[in-house]
Design a protein around this ligand. Structure first.
Ligand code: SF4
Ligand code: FES
Length: 587
């Protein structure tokens, strides 16, 4: 393999690599602004220039290049010797930094990029430390580029990454360079906003604080953010993301590079789709029909009652208990539903409970494709522990149109659920090939074959159809969900679940790739991960102490149960959650 030397160290390289690419692959720092691995190479910022010596083709003697070369563009060659720390290279770095800062407002204290700004970092590492510029600075305007992006023109260093992104990745070409010399500015064409499905990526690739996220503007200093590796929990893309959060609150979602899935990019839908996690009306405590609402202080009692009622209701159906209300102790004479305590309109619960009628009714479990494989596993285990022949089904899978590919190959997923395939894989492994879809399960309910249902939601927006509501109004059912909806008032027991950022697990994306994600923070208030809820319900059945849910132990349990595919799971990077580099100190 050919080799070159950078600052005295020798490195192998592949034919076609540039000097900067070899350096970056080997974690050798060479400052760079305009180079981005996902974009064409233009070599216009000039900070990466280095002294490059190469062997003379005839004599083999090492000779210096006639000038400094841009390492981002200059191909690596056998025997090359590169100096980025020589007096000439350092002099260039200092000059470039000085030019870039001439008209820069140096407003780091109020800039969102402070703490993750290449201009700030390189100024410290490669700059002069003081300005020699005494004249008036050129002032440039702030511009509203589109629904998500603001441009603070006077912070721009004209690297053109953003322009190349809209030309090469999205092919939408909204951005351009307008003007010449010191009056050059990034702009949009009149009346054409930066409004494509990937627009937020220009914020990530801007190496300075020029392109800003309206949603994140002045929300948080970046050095307080923890970064948790995660997977898109909104669509079936499986895009690798980093959830950036502080004190139990998401502040932004950024892409994590994965060459096999999403490269460097995510859609705006994935970037901003987490808002439902912090909705004011999140379900915080269980509710049981016929029981007064509990205050938050009575959370333990609420959970104990909800778990007990839930199991009692399902057991009464599974055992075909006739008449007697197994769960609430109510009189059988009124034909009330076993657990709802109210029973109006739900006497079909007891179609099971008609005296003298032998039950053939099953429990139905509808597992949402928003849930993880581990959630699906424990929910199915729990329901099957009560009714070994429970009917298993995958919840509704929302779709919007068809998959759309950008010129770069990046594809926007039409399927708006992260784990339809993973949930089906788990349920089929546990329940055979007879796993239904949501409509088929509802048809079973309407036929009277289902005596009680467990329904899981966890969708970021409305998902309950009139047909679903009509079908479920005829049987007692348990709802496990994160947000209130048209089923909440109908359900016999409502149990608050956890959004994907509040738990760990794995999703299988639209291409059958199973990827793990980590928990960013604990579920809101008294909500619990669905897998934990199922474990608690299993323990309640046996009067045992509930096991604490963990994705790792669940996966070994899944392996013991013969579930295939989970040995090839794609784990998150070894360096998991990144702690902030600054913490509050109480004084
Ligand atoms: S706005 Fe940012 S990405 Fe675009 S040219 Fe300026 S510095 Fe580069
Ligand atoms: S990174 Fe090489 S010239 Fe900009």
């Amino acid at each position: 393999m050919p080799q070159l030397t950078i600052n005295g160290e020798t490195y192998d390289f592949e034919k076609g690599e540039t000097i900067l690419q070899v350096a970056l692959r080997n974690e050798v720092e060479i400052p760079h602004y305009c180079y981005h691995p996902g974009l064409s190479i233009v070599a216009n910022c000039r900070i990466c220039l280095a002294e490059v010596w190469a062997p003379n083709a005839k004599t083999g003697t090492l000779e210096p290049g006639a000038k400094l070369f841009p390492t981002c563009q200059h191909p690596a060659a056998e025997g090359q010797v590169v100096h980025t720390e020589s007096p000439k290279a350092i002099s260039n770095q200092k000059s470039v930094m000085e030019y870039l800062l001439i008209n820069h407002p140096v407003d780091c204290p109020v800039c969102d990029q402070a703490g993750e700004c290449h201009l700030q970092d390189y100024s410290y590492q490669y700059g002069r430390g003081q300005s020699r510029f005494q004249e008036q600075k050129d002032k440039k305007p702030k511009k509203d580029l589109g629904p998500h992006v603001l441009l603070y023109s006077d912070r721009c260093i004209m690297c053109t990454r953003c322009v190349r992104f809209t030309r090469e990745v999205t092919g939408t070409g909204e951005l351009l360079v307008e003007g010449r010399g010191s009056t050059e500015q990034i702009d949009i064409f009149p009346g054409v906003a930066l409004d494509n499905e990937l627009s937020g990526n220009v914020i990530d690739i801007c190496p300075v604080g020029a392109l800003l996220d309206k949603d994140f503007l002045f929300q948080q200093r970046v050095w307080f953010l923890k970064k948790t590796p995660s997977i898109d929990g909104i669509t079936a893309s499986g895009d690798n993301i980093s959830v950036e959060h502080n004190e139990g609150r998401v502040y932004r979602v950024k892409p994590r590079h994965n060459a096999e899935v999403n490269q460097w990019w995510i859609t705006d839908e994935v970037r901003y789709g987490w808002k439902f996690v912090h909705r004011e009306d999140r379900l915080l405590l269980p509710t049981v029909k016929g029981v007064e609402y509990w205050p938050l202080e009575a959370a333990a009692e609420a959970w104990a009652t909800a778990l007990e009622r839930t199991n009692a209701l399902l057991e009464s159906v599974a055992s075909g208990a006739s008449g007697a209300s197994a769960a609430n102790g109510a009189s059988a004479a009124n034909g009330a539903s076993a657990a709802n305590g109210a029973g109006e309109g739900k006497s079909a619960a007891g179609a099971n409970s008609v005296p003298g009628r032998n039950t053939t009714k099953r429990i139905g479990l509808l597992v949402s494709p928003m849930l993880s494989c581990e959630d699906a596993f424990w929910l199915a285990r729990w329901v099957r522990a009560i009714d070994a022949n429970a009917t298993l089904a995958v919840g509704p899978v929302p779709r919007m149109g068809t998959d759309r590919a950008f010129p770069s190959g990046f594809t926007v997923s039409a399927e708006k659920a992260p784990n339809a395939r993973g949930v089906r894989r788990v349920l089929e492994a546990l329940g055979g090939a007879s796993v239904l879809d949501a409509d088929a399960l509802l048809a079973e309910v309407q036929k009277g074959a289902i005596g009680a249902a467990v329904v899981t939601g966890n969708y970021p927006s409305g998902w309950v159809t009139p047909a679903m509501r009509a079908a479920l109004s005829s049987v007692p059912f348990i709802l496990i969900d994160t947000l209130p909806n048209e089923l909440s008032s109908l359900a016999d027991v409502v149990i608050p679940g956890a959004a994907w950022v509040e738990k760990e697990g794995c999703f299988e994306n639209r291409n059958g790739r199973i990827q793990a994600f980590e928990r960013a923070f604990a579920p809101v208030d008294f909500a619990r991960a669905e897998a934990q809820i199922a474990l608690d319900l299993l323990a309640q059945l046996d009067g045992a102490i509930p096991a604490a849910y963990s994705a790792a132990s669940t996966r070994s349990e899944m392996a013991k149960s013969g579930l295939t595919g989970f040995s090839a799971i794609h784990e998150t990077p070894a360096r998991a959650t990144t702690e902030p580099d600054m913490v509050y100190i109480e004084i």
